[in-house]
Every structure is written in C-alpha cells, then in structure tokens.
Design a protein around this ligand. Structure first.
Ligand code: GLN
Length: 304
C-alpha cells in the first residue's frame, strides 16, 4: 500500500474545502501557531513509518498527553485509579464544570480536563520527581530523549487558566485533590506543553496498537489488559462531546489535543497521528478529523 500517495490525494481534496476552524484562542501561544500547518504519520505494527507534510515539526500535544499520564498512573495504582476518576463519556465540553458539582468531585473520565487534573494529582503523590519521571516514561516508549516540555506554552496556559483553576478548586473542596493546587496545576500545564512531531506521536502510540509493548523501544509499558482498557476509554471519551461522532465517522480509538493533533490506533495494525491547528467548535482538529475519516474510508480500515 502506498500510504504517502493516499495521504497526498486526501490532503489535496480536503485542503481545497472551507476550513472555518480556529487555533486555540484561549492559550495565547497556541493562538499564534501557523494555521496552515499539516502533517500526518502512520506507524505500522510491522515497523514501517509513512509520513506526509509537516510530519517532522514539533507542536504542543496538549490533551493527547492525557493518555500518557493515565498510562503512567495506571501502572502505579492499578485498578484503584478508578476510585478517583470514572470511565464514562461525559457528553460535555473538555473544560466543563457542570457535572462535577452533582457528581461530588469525581470526574466522569480521565480525558476531560477535570479527570486529567486528578491523574496529575495522583502522579504528584506517587512520583518523587514528577516532571523528570514523566519524561523518562515517554522516552522509554520511543527510545529517544529529545522530547521536552515547552516552558513558554506552559506559562502561557497558566496565565489564563481560569476554568482549570475553577475545576481543581471544586475538586479540592470534595477532597479529590490531595496535593497543593498550584503544584498540581504546574505539573498539568507542563505535561500539556510537551511538544512532539506526528512521526514521534505515531511511534509513541505504537504501545497502544501493540498490546502495551512499544514497537520502537521493545519495552513492555502496559499489560495487554491495561492497553485494552485505555483503548476503550479513548474510544468512548477521547473527543469529549464529539466522541460518538469520531467513532461513527473514523471508527478507531483516538485522542485529540487543542494544539491540533489527533492520534488514533488500530490495535494489531497501526497508529496514526495527524496535525492541523484549526479546531472545530468542540476543540478537536477540524481538518485532522476529516482527514482520518477519509483515510479509514479509503483504506477500509476500522475496528468495526
Ligand atoms: N491544556 C489544555 C487545557 O487544559 C488542554 C485541553 C485540550 O487539549 N483539549 O485546556
């Protein structure tokens, strides 16, 4: 299969259509990213990397990191983690406050902001040097130490984090945040600021297409059972109140970020990462979603 040719022909069609999306306006550093960037990378379980466009350019992975922080916390806490955060789709925007009040500070799932903040709190409790150990965890998936935090993006998000601060304070009032709020939020902003290329993201997510073992570093990161569960949560919750539509149109478990990235995995087959910074109203990459829909349709490849 000539994936590069498939990527190029899908891109040529979709890039001529109107894209009325916008870069993430609420984080000043992300609002300024060149909206026309586009990259896609596919990493097969046979170890082939196929990429197209700006696939070697780093961008902020934002909420895609929530899959990696969940993975690390899950390896530390095992199923006890589900006492602090649920596994149900929220049907609400990623930064919504409404459910948290009547569900007593237990977030619906680890991929909405509230859930990822609880996971950040768990990691602060169990890791000695959270920032360092979290990067080491990612490096162990890709056998490469060049992946880093972006301090200006983290600071930019921190400067206008009103909703996230509301979420963490509400959860603290329900005693579902154990550590100092500022420390938890700094860690959360730091991990969201991590930058990767689509080539790197596709490789990192090979862990989830390969039953928990990285195809790049050959390290067992998760057990097959943990991998199955994380993929299930990506399928049902990875796109907030658009998770149903993503499953319907693309047919793969995946996760988006407001940096414009989306990663999806076909267990046993491949992982695919796409980047296009303009977001739709739900905060998911507009062209990225359309691209993945066209791709799984063209190659007739979905888990359903
Ligand atoms: N850091 C972003 C936030 O907390 C992540 C949101 C996202 O990517 N959906 O708002």
């Amino acid at each position: 299969m000539n994936y590069r040719e498939t990527f190029s022909s899908i891109y040529n069609v979709l890039s001529t259509l109107d894209n009325n999306g916008q870069t993430a306006q609420y984080i000043p550093e992300l609002a300024q990213v060149d909206p026309e960037k586009f990259g896609v990378s596919l990493y097969t379980n046979t170890g082939e990397l196929h990429s197209f466009g700006d696939a070697q350019e780093k961008f902020s992975i934002q909420s895609i990191v929530k899959v990696l922080s969940l993975a690390l916390a899950y390896t530390k806490l095992s199923s006890k983690i589900w006492e602090r955060v649920g596994v149900e789709p929220s049907g609400t925007p990623f930064n919504s406050l409404v459910q948290l009040e009547y569900e007593k500070g237990i977030p619906r799932n680890p991929f909405i902001n509230a859930g990822a903040i609880v996971v950040a709190d768990i990691l602060i409790s169990v890791l000695e040097n959270p920032e360092e150990e979290f990067l080491t965890f990612i490096h162990s998936m890709i056998g490469d130490t060049s992946i880093e935090y972006n301090t200006s993006i983290a600071a930019s998000e921190k400067s206008c984090a009103h909703r996230n601060l509301a979420l963490v304070n509400l959860m603290k009032s329900f005693e579902n945040i154990k550590n100092d709020i500022d420390r938890v939020m700094d860690f959360y902003f730091n991990i969201c600021s991590i930058c990767m290329t689509t080539d790197e993201l596709a490789k990192v997510f090979s862990v989830l297409s390969n039953k928990g073992t990285s195809l790049v570093s050959e390290k067992e990161i998760l057990t097959p059972r943990q991998t199955k569960r994380i993929n299930a949560v990506m399928q049902t919750c990875g796109f907030y109140d658009e998770s149903g539509e993503f499953a319907f149109k693309v047919g793969l478990p995946g996760k988006s970020g407001v940096g414009g990235g989306i990663v999806a995995v076909h267990p046993g087959e491949y992982s695919i990462a796409v980047w296009s910074p303009k977001l739709n109203k739900k905060g998911n990459s507009l062209l990225g979603s359309k691209f993945l829909e066209a791709f799984t349709t063209a190659v007739e490849s979905s888990i359903f």
